[in-house]
Ligand binder design. Structure first.
Ligand code: 13P
Length: 254
C-alpha cells in the first residue's frame, strides 16, 4: 500500500512564537503508522523547531538553490539544507515559478541537487486557469513532469513525491472537484507507469494541493489516486490541520 502523506506548507507566515506553538501541537497529534506528516516552515525557524521538539515531525524547506555554494545572495543551497539534518525540500511551487521566474529547466537542476544531497523532493506541478479553460491542463502538467522530473533514474524517482496544485485553486477558496483532481492524478500515475513501470507507479504517492480544508478533504482524499495533501492556509491552524491528518488516517483504509 502506498504511503499517505499530509504536508503543511506554511509559506511566509507565522511569527517564531506561533511557529513553535503550531509545531508543538503537531507533535502531539495522533498519527497512524502508515501516515507521514511533514511541515515546510519558514527556513529560519526550522533548526529551532527540530532542536526544541527533538525533530519529532519531519521538516522541509520551501526552497533551496541547486548550486552548492557561491555568490547567490539570499539563497541557501541544498547541501546547506542537508547539513542541518532537514528531511525534504519543496521544489517547483507555483509561487516560486510565478514570482521568481523558476523554469522547468531550473527546477530540473534543483531536483538533481536535492537528490545528490539525499533530500526528499516534494515536486509541485499544476496549470494556470487559462490553460484549464482551453482544456490543455493534462498536456501542461505532463510537460512539467517530463522537463523537470522524469529524467530521474527509477531509484531516484522513488525518493520524490508529486503534489498536483492547480494554480487557480491555491489560496482562492476554489477547489478542484473530485473529478478534476482524480482525472489529473490518474493521468500522472499513468505517465509514471509509462516511464517507470506499473509497480513503481502503484507505490508512488501523489498529493493534492489547493484550498484543501476540513470541509473538502474527505471527498478529495477518497479519490483512488489521491494519496493525501499539500496544505497551505489550513495547515496554519492546528485544529484544521488535525482534521486533515485524521482524514488522511482514514484513507489508509481505502
Ligand atoms: P492553500 O491550501 O492555501 O490553497 O495553498 C496550497 C498550497 O499552495 C500548498 O503548497
Amino acid at each position: 500500500m502506498r504511503k499517505k502523506i499530509v504536508a503543511g506548507n506554511w509559506k511566509m507566515n507565522l511569527s517564531l512564537v506561533e511557529a513553535v506553538e503550531l509545531y508543538q501541537g503537531i507533535t502531539e497529534l495522533t498519527v497512524a503508522p502508515q501516515v507521514e506528516v511533514v511541515v515546510f516552515p519558514p527556513s529560519l525557524f526550522i533548526d529551532r523547531l527540530m532542536t526544541q521538539f527533538l525533530h519529532r515531525i519531519k521538516v522541509g524547506t520551501q526552497n533551496a538553490h541547486p548550486v552548492t555554494s557561491g555568490a547567490f545572495t539570499g539563497e541557501i543551497s541544498m547541501q546547506q539544507v542537508a547539513d542541518m539534518g532537514i528531511d525534504a525540500v519543496l521544489i517547483g511551487h507555483s509561487e516560486r515559478r510565478q514570482y521568481f521566474n523558476e523554469t522547468n529547466e531550473f527546477l530540473r537542476q534543483k531536483v538533481d541537487a536535492a537528490l545528490a544531497n539525499n533530500l526528499r523532493s516534494f515536486f509541485c506541478c499544476g496549470e494556470p486557469l487559462k490553460v484549464r479553460e482551453v482544456n490543455d491542463h493534462l498536456n501542461f502538467v505532463k510537460n512539467q513532469l517530463h522537463e523537470s522530473l522524469f529524467h530521474l533514474s527509477a531509484e531516484d524517482f522513488q525518493k520524490t513525491v508529486i503534489a498536483y496544485e492547480p494554480i487557480w485553486a491555491i489560496g482562492t477558496g476554489l477547489t478542484a472537484s473530485t473529478e478534476q483532481a482524480e482525472e489529473m492524478h490518474a493521468a500522472i500515475r499513468s505517465w509514471i507507469v509509462d516511464v517507470y513501470g506499473a509497480t513503481i507507479a502503484e507505490n508512488y504517492s501523489i498529493l493534492y494541493g489547493g484550498s484543501c480544508n476540513p470541509s473538502n478533504a474527505s471527498a478529495l482524499f477518497a479519490c483512488p489516486n489521491v494519496d493525501g495533501g499539500l496544505i497551505g492556509g489550513a495547515a496554519l491552524k492546528l485544529s484544521d490541520f488535525e482534521i486533515l491528518v485524521a482524514e488522511t488516517t482514514w484513507i489508509t483504509s481505502k
